[in-house]
Ligand binder design. Structure first.
Ligand code: ATP
Ligand code: MG
Length: 336
């Protein structure tokens, strides 16, 4: 018999609604872990539409992308009966706690976040929200008394801040929060851009050529993999420093096939980069086609998706409501 979900450690994570399709980095670094955790954890996964507006978004596009992201969660294997799937803005307690945590965070602390530095350098107009985003992210996590947060490497620093804020608050006002642990899988925590294998694959990257979107048409997907930048030399070997391009392809191959990198390197011994690309293109098409088809099918029935998100919001609100009531009492807000 499986253990009731409520007795398991709680897992929570989110993905921003910032593109029409998630990319392979989101899938391998985050979503695949979400799917695994729904059998071992009390799982909460949300679509971060509020984080999305830290940079400019078109309203109609943001609404559509919120549903598209939900469809991809389910298309990739999240089961609404086993995971609580919800939209960040449906739960006002994220903002309520976000404000309290903004007042718990030092200005210098927020300014030190490398993601803030990177994204503010890329955008002409830098919103205050881009700076305070990590406090809202801490609220997303701490509201749910989360034990583990499955994320990619780029979120490590934000998770560290979340832990510090939880400890700081608990110390000052009495225990309100579980201090969460990040779950960052070493091998797959950072998938790189296929055209620039030293940069993270990103939804907000300038050109889509180096990004594999999980909803790419099979032909386009295969083409992108076949035109991936590789390295000097001819030998297929895993070496992040000397062969970043090939190492990235090997990481993706390993993750999609569930086989260790060494085994793949051995299989391709004496063969050329082109062989690896052709095999990977085939594997990726095979792995992503069912996901893509399920997602497109789900998108044909937006009313059903909205019902799933509505039920998710009800379940999430029950947990979040308890935490925010306790936090409001602890900071000294007069009850209504
Ligand atoms: P944006 O460019 O809009 O920030 P993003 O591609 O970074 O988009 P997010 O929604 O910010 O995607 O991140 C969702 C999850 O995917 C996070 O857990 C993040 O760590 C993970 N992730 C993002 N990019 C990668 C990547 N290249 N490799 C592994 N994990 C990644
Ligand atoms: Mg990001």
């Amino acid at each position: 018999m499986t253990e009731p979900a409520a007795h398991r450690p709680r897992s929570l994570s989110g993905i921003q609604a910032t593109s029409d399709s998630l990319h392979l980095g989101n899938y391998i670094g985050a979503l695949q872990q979400f799917v695994e955790q729904q059998d071992t954890h009390d799982a909460f996964f949300f679509i971060a539409n509020q984080h999305a507006i830290t940079v400019d978004q078109d309203p109609a596009e943001l609404r559509a992308r919120t549903l598209r992201t939900a469809a991809q969660f389910i298309g990739a294997g999240l089961d609404p009966a086993r995971s609580t799937i919800f939209v960040q803005s449906h739960i006002p307690a994220h903002n309520q706690l976000g404000w309290v945590l903004e007042c718990t965070t030092g200005l210098g602390e927020a300014q030190r976040m490398t993601q803030f530095k990177d994204k503010s350098a890329k955008n002409e107009h830098v919103s205050l929200g881009l700076l305070t985003y990590p406090a809202l992210m801490a609220a997303d996590i701490l509201l749910y008394q989360t034990d583990v947060v499955p994320v990619g490497e780029d979120q490590r620093q934000h998770l560290e801040l979340t832990r510090n804020l939880a400890e700081r608050f608990n110390h000052r006002y009495g225990k309100a929060f579980t201090v969460p642990e990040p779950q960052i899988l070493k091998a797959t925590a950072k998938i790189y851009d296929l055209q620039d294998p030293t940069a993270k694959m990103s939804k907000s990257a300038k050109t889509p050529a180096g990004r594999i979107d999980i909803l790419d048409e099979p032909k386009a997907l295969a083409k992108k993999i076949k035109s991936a930048v590789t390295d000097a030399g001819t030998e297929i070997a895993f070496d992040r420093e000397a062969k970043p391009g090939v190492s990235n392809l090997l990481t993706i191959y390993s993750s999609l096939s569930g086989r260790p990198v060494e085994e793949i390197v051995a299989e391709f011994e004496g063969r050329m980069y082109g062989h690896l690309k052709v095999a990977l293109a085939e594997l990726a098409v095979e792995a992503l086609t069912p996901l893509r088809e399920r997602t497109l099918e789900l998108l044909d029935d937006p009313a059903e998706l909205e019902r799933v998100l509505h039920r998710g919001a009800d379940a999430a609100e029950a947990v979040a409501g308890t935490t925010i009531a306790d936090v409001y009492d602890k900071v000294g807000f007069l009850r209504r």
